[in-house]
Design a protein. Structure first.
Length: 419
């Protein structure tokens, strides 16, 4: 890029922030436009008045093998903002049978942990995990219900919880190739790559506030409450950005990066093909009255209403992925059903439903079925100075935190190497 050029990043979610962070690190002038009053998008923290606690809008388990996350946190000086669980351990509870177990992968790439009953879910064997090898050679995009063959126990206690959490799509419908990419970068690389990483002080403190400070310290600008209403074009280039009541002209070497949700991108670029179906994630936060021990940081639940429980201090948070079927239920009904599972999981069944907050992200991610993911656009567009970013674009990964950050890096790389 020429020295006087500006990159205009539309959207201050993780894709937009990561893009801007990489650009200012290369000495590029960056202006970020965010329609809302805060950065972070779907990865944010806020103070809840009912609980009188700082909570996240949703829960995320990061893994040590998430290389884009690691690079991003290192760039903004926030590597220590995540707590890493060493050695890797994923605890589960079967609410129907009462069985508890842990998934504890071993170091090295040969998965001998599957031969040790104490390291695997009951009923899961080496053959069940080796079923993932079939995903690596699929000639087409297939749904997991067709592509993955394993025992009922392995499906219920390993593959389904993993796939639904990663893809936010019902297991049988989820895109098999996307799950393979996650397995290839984490579980198939051994224990060090799949160590869980959590944000003990919230997603905002880990991913958002340090990024904002980093950008401003290096001359980057973030303009909040500044929605981009339209884009003007001249020939093969974007020539102006439309705001409320005005159009700001773009310089001849300026670049535009759209890091907005798919429907917003389609509104700005009507010719763009995007995945239009979205999937919900439902989260619940409960004030449990006393801090839990360090060992109770998260727990996978099988056979109940809730899927994952995360404990931070005296707040227990629940996540239900692929939650479209319950998204329209009354909050009080959702809270009561969640609390039934949480209280059993934490051994506090004598307590009535405590103060709580239900957060419904009805458009949390795109639908990640083979029929939808074929519409994920690449970073490049038909306009030479317009680039796409976002977890829903074609990064090769599912729509996750890692996918969002990687998309931002890809966009930054494109604009800094194409001129």
């Amino acid at each position: 890029m020429s020295g006087g050029a500006t990159v205009h990043v539309v959207g201050a979610g993780l894709a937009g922030l990561s893009c801007a962070v990489r650009l200012v690190g290369r000495g590029v002038k960056v202006v970020v436009y965010e329609a809302s009053s805060r950065a972070g998008g779907r990865c944010r923290s806020f103070h809840d008045r009912v609980l009188d606690r700082l909570i996240d809008n949703g829960n995320h388990i990061l893994l040590a093998g998430n290389r884009a996350v690691n690079e991003y946190l290192a760039a903004i000086g926030a590597t220590d903002a995540l707590t890493t669980i060493r050695p890797a351990c994923f605890p589960f509870l079967d609410l129907e049978s009462g069985e508890r177990w842990e998934i504890r992968p071993n170091t090295g790439r040969l998965p001998w942990w599957l031969l040790v009953p104490a390291r695997r879910p009951p009923g899961l064997g080496l053959r069940d995990l080796m079923a993932v090898r079939a995903l690596a050679t699929l000639p087409h995009r297939w749904p997991l219900g067709v592509a993955l063959h394993c025992s009922p126990a392995a499906l219920r206690r390993f593959w389904e919880p993993l796939a639904v959490a990663v893809l936010n799509t019902p297991f049988a419908e989820g895109d098999a190739r996307l799950l393979w990419e996650v397995m290839r970068e984490t579980f198939l690389r051994g224990e060090e790559a799949c160590r869980p990483r959590l944000a003990p002080h919230g997603l905002g403190a880990a991913f958002v506030a340090p990024a904002e400070a980093h950008l401003r310290a290096r001359g980057g600008e973030i303009r909040f409450a500044t929605p981009v209403r339209g884009i003007e074009f001249s020939g093969s280039r974007a020539s102006g950005l439309g705001f409320d009541g005005e159009v700001a002209a773009l310089g001849p070497a300026d670049q535009v990066i759209l890091a907005v949700p798919p429907r917003n991108a389609r509104r700005l670029l009507p010719e763009l093909q995007v995945p239009m179906r979205m999937r919900a994630i439902i989260n619940g936060h409960f004030l449990i009255g006393e801090p839990r021990p360090e060992g109770g940081r998260f727990l996978g639940l099988i056979g109940g209403f809730a899927q994952w429980v995360f404990v931070r201090g005296d707040v227990a948070s629940v996540t239900i992925s692929a939650g479209d079927a319950i998204a329209d239920l009354p909050n009080q009904e959702i809270a009561a059903r969640m609390w039934n599972d949480v209280s059993r999981a934490l051994g506090i069944t004598d307590r009535a439903l405590p103060p709580h907050r239900i957060v419904k992200e009805k458009t949390a991610t795109i639908d990640q079925t083979p029929a939808s993911v074929v519409f994920r656009p690449p970073a490049a567009t038909r306009w030479c100075n317009v680039t796409m970013a976002g977890d829903w674009t074609d990064t090769g990964l599912p729509a996750t935190v890692e996918g969002a950050i990687r998309s931002g890096f890809l966009a930054a790389d494109r604009v800094t190497t194409s001129n």
